[in-house]
Design a protein around this ligand. Structure first.
Ligand code: ATP
Length: 686
């Protein structure tokens, strides 16, 4: 869709506003022309001329002027004055209403575009987001659509200008078609000479769009990765990059403005040259009857003088329009649906799973890629059971989990729910019955309550509290300053990883999904959090049809079946015991690898005295870090002990393991303290 077709498509949504703009612009131009045409006869009447010269002029003009003949004596002058004043008042009134209607129309068009853009962003497949930078999308919806709105306003202004030029040319034609022919030719040369600036304006507009997109993208990227930027001390470099983008954008803006500013003086000079040329041509054309024609020439020149600024404005507006046109083209391309991945929706309403989910001989490659990420997958998940996906990184586990909510469609094979193809369902009804809890839990910058009840806004206080209890989140929420009504900051920055996950689990519990997808990532958590999250996960999975992506084999032993994936294929399937029986199998290998790699102690402390001494003698900062290290490890140890004392550990083996860890940690802490005491006198007091 070209930019013009885009504007037309949106304009047709508001026919009344468009017609009003056209009628008002035309009326304003007409009143403007009439008031201008009447000024010369009025002045001549005021000076005592009887208008004979005008009556010798063109017949239409003579007829028009004779309309005032019915007024006797001075009343003729008063009637003409009244007509001029009325025309001026009507012109200004229509211009005022016209500008209001015009700006309402342009705002309506922009809002229409924004809403269409928003709808598109919600409808488009996830693949669109993996191929487009978030910054570019934000820039499009904000900056480019705003600049397109500028283009619409300019287009409306250009239309009003064209109307005025049209009316003035008609008046000029009535006065003298020969002069008008010459004037039109000269004004066409003026317009043509503007072409150079218009072309440049378009080029600057394109650069401006590119720089603006680059700037927004970079800014969003830095803000999203602010922790990384700080931890690797890249503030200075990032600042310089952003500064570079700001400067480049500023330069493009300046060049744009310089280009636009050159248009007005150029037009004025060319306009004056045009008027002088007209006078010369007029004198040559009417050399034989110069006296009779002088009044007509006067009217002609006055009308021409009034016309020239409209031509100048039109040229300026064309340049501005050309500058904003690249934005309209970008927006037109953005709003196209035919060049974006948007899946067709089925009509079946999903209610409840009766039998199970089947991945049937499914193969999949990411859009635009040749290599299959999933190859001939066949997996049956019976209703109410948990199936775990395990395997090396890149094996295709997350991709499998992304196909179930239909973020992508398979290239071959299908997914069925109770035998019915997932593609035949109204996907929204499936999503409503589906819960996803993943490693990178997304939380809104809002209260705990808002985040838990997101998607279940009708939930009662009792239901929310119950969900928090079952998710092991009740206690920590109670300790927050405002409990459920505490603001948790951007993406939940004020909470720990484990707390964020438990909120996500509470949210899923409250939604009570029929099908659950779990990117079960507890490995990044400390022992206490891991236990608490694991308990919450177990509660969430109970009697639910669940697809779990397991990162730690210790957490999937209870799964109904475990599918071991390798290079996009399921290479082994069975429960924990069955799979372990084959010691040469993939699962046994993975299992042995994980458990033999497991450090003897989760709490490793520096025991080397030399290291401790160096730390103590080092800077204040280092010592602070050292003491933090001791405290955090002590906390973890206390956590393990608390789990033991609260009887939260299921198997005797694990109880023994935790006990040993705690003992070892205590011993190390003891050694550290001794070493600290020996070196303490050497620490300078602050
Ligand atoms: N959006 C994408 N576009 C193209 N290729 C992708 C995309 N997402 C993942 N891949 C590729 O698909 C393959 C499988 O990735 P996937 O994330 O499913 O693996 P995984 O088993 O979940 O790995 P991990 O355990 O590390 O999360 C990888 O080779 C990855 O590079």
């Amino acid at each position: 869709m070209s930019a013009n077709r885009l504007l037309l498509k949106f304009a047709l949504r508001y026919p009344l506003l468009v017609v009003s703009t056209v009628v008002l612009s035309f009326s304003g131009a007409l009143f403007n022309g009439v008031s201008t045409a009447l000024i010369v006869p009025l002045l001549l009447g005021f000076l005592g001329e009887d208008g004979v010269a005008l009556k010798k002029g063109p017949p239409i003009l003579a007829q028009f002027m004779s309309a005032f003949d019915r007024f006797p004596g001075d009343w003729r002058f008063i009637a003409m004055l009244g007509a001029v004043l009325l025309a001026i008042i009507l012109k200004n009134a229509t211009n005022y209403v016209s500008s209001l209607v015009g700006s309402y129309l342009s705002r309506s068009l922009v809002n229409g575009m924004r809403l269409d853009g928003l709808q598109l962003l919600l409808d488009v497949d996830l693949d669109f987001y993996s191929k487009n930078k978030l910054g570019n999308i934000v820039n499009l919806v904000n900056q480019e659509i705003a600049r397109t709105s500028g283009a619409i306003r300019i287009a409306i202004g250009m239309f009003t200008n064209v109307m005025n030029i049209f009316i003035f040319i008609v008046i000029l034609l009535i006065l003298s078609w020969q002069l008008t022919l010459a004037a039109t030719g000269l004004l066409a040369i003026v317009s043509f000479s503007n072409q150079y600036f218009i072309k440049r304006a378009k080029g600057f507009g394109k650069i401006l769009s590119q720089k603006s997109a680059a700037y927004t993208s970079k800014l969003l990227e830095i803000l999203a990765g602010i922790r990384l930027v700080k931890t690797v001390s890249r503030e200075e470099q990032e600042y310089q990059k952003i500064e570079g983008y700001i400067r480049e954008r500023e330069k493009a803006e300046l060049q744009s403005q310089a280009n636009y500013a050159a248009i007005s003086p150029l037009n004025e000079i060319l306009g004056i040259l045009t008027v002088l040329s007209i006078v010369l041509i007029g004198r040559y054309l009417f050399a034989d009857r110069i006296d009779a024609i002088s009044t007509i020439m006067l009217m002609y020149l006055l009308t021409l003088f009034r016309l020239i600024p409209f031509v100048g404005n039109l040229n300026g507006a064309r340049s501005k329009f050309a500058n904003a046109a690249p934005s309209s083209e970008i927006v037109a391309d953005f709003l196209r649906r035919d060049n974006k991945p948007i899946m067709k929706r089925g009509h079946l309403q999903y209610e409840r799973l009766e039998k199970g989910i089947h991945f049937e001989n499914l193969s999949f490659a990411y859009p635009g890629q040749v290599d299959l990420v999933l190859n001939e997958i066949d997996l049956w998940i019976p209703k109410g059971k948990s199936i775990a996906l395990v395997g090396a990184s890149g094996a295709g586990k997350s991709t499998m989990a992304d196909l179930l909510p239909r973020f992508y469609d398979p290239d071959k094979g299908r997914i069925t729910l109770d035998g019915k193809d997932l593609r035949d369902f109204d996907i929204r009804s499936v999503h409503q019955a589906m819960g996803v809890v993943s490693q990178d839990t997304f939380l809104f910058n809002n209260t705990v309550r808002y985040n838990i009840s997101y998607g279940r806004e009708d939930a009662t206080e009792e239901q929310i509290v119950d969900a928090t209890k079952r998710a092991n989140a009740y206690e920590f929420i109670n300790q927050l300053p405002d409990g459920l009504d505490t603001d948790i900051g951007d993406r939940g920055v004020m909470l720990s990883g484990g707390q964020r996950q438990r909120l996500a689990i509470a949210r899923a519990l409250l939604r009570d999904p029929d099908i659950l997808i779990l990117d079960e990532a507890t490995s990044a958590l400390d022992t206490v959090s891991e236990r608490l999250v694991q308990q919450a996960i177990d509660e969430l999975c109970r009697e639910r049809t669940t697809l779990v992506i397991a990162h730690r084999l210790s957490t999937v032993q209870k799964a109904y079946q475990i599918a071991v994936m390798e290079k996009g294929q399921i290479v082994e399937l069975g429960n924990h015991e069955e799979l372990l029986k084959n010691q040469d199998g993939h699962y046994a290998r993975l299992y042995n690898m994980q458990f033999s790699d497991k450090p003897k102690s989760r709490i490793v402390l520096p025991t080397n005295e030399a290291l401790i001494r160096t730390s103590l003698k080092a800077s204040h900062e280092l010592r602070k870090r050292f003491s933090y290290e001791v405290r955090s490890r002590l906390n973890a140890m206390l956590g393990s002990l608390r789990l033991l004392s609260d009887d939260l550990i299921d198997t005797p083996e694990e109880q023994q393991e935790l006990l040993e860890e705690s003992y070892e940690s205590a011993m190390q802490l003891l050694k550290m303290t001794q070493s600290f005491e020996e070196n303490a006198p050497k620490i300078p007091l602050r």
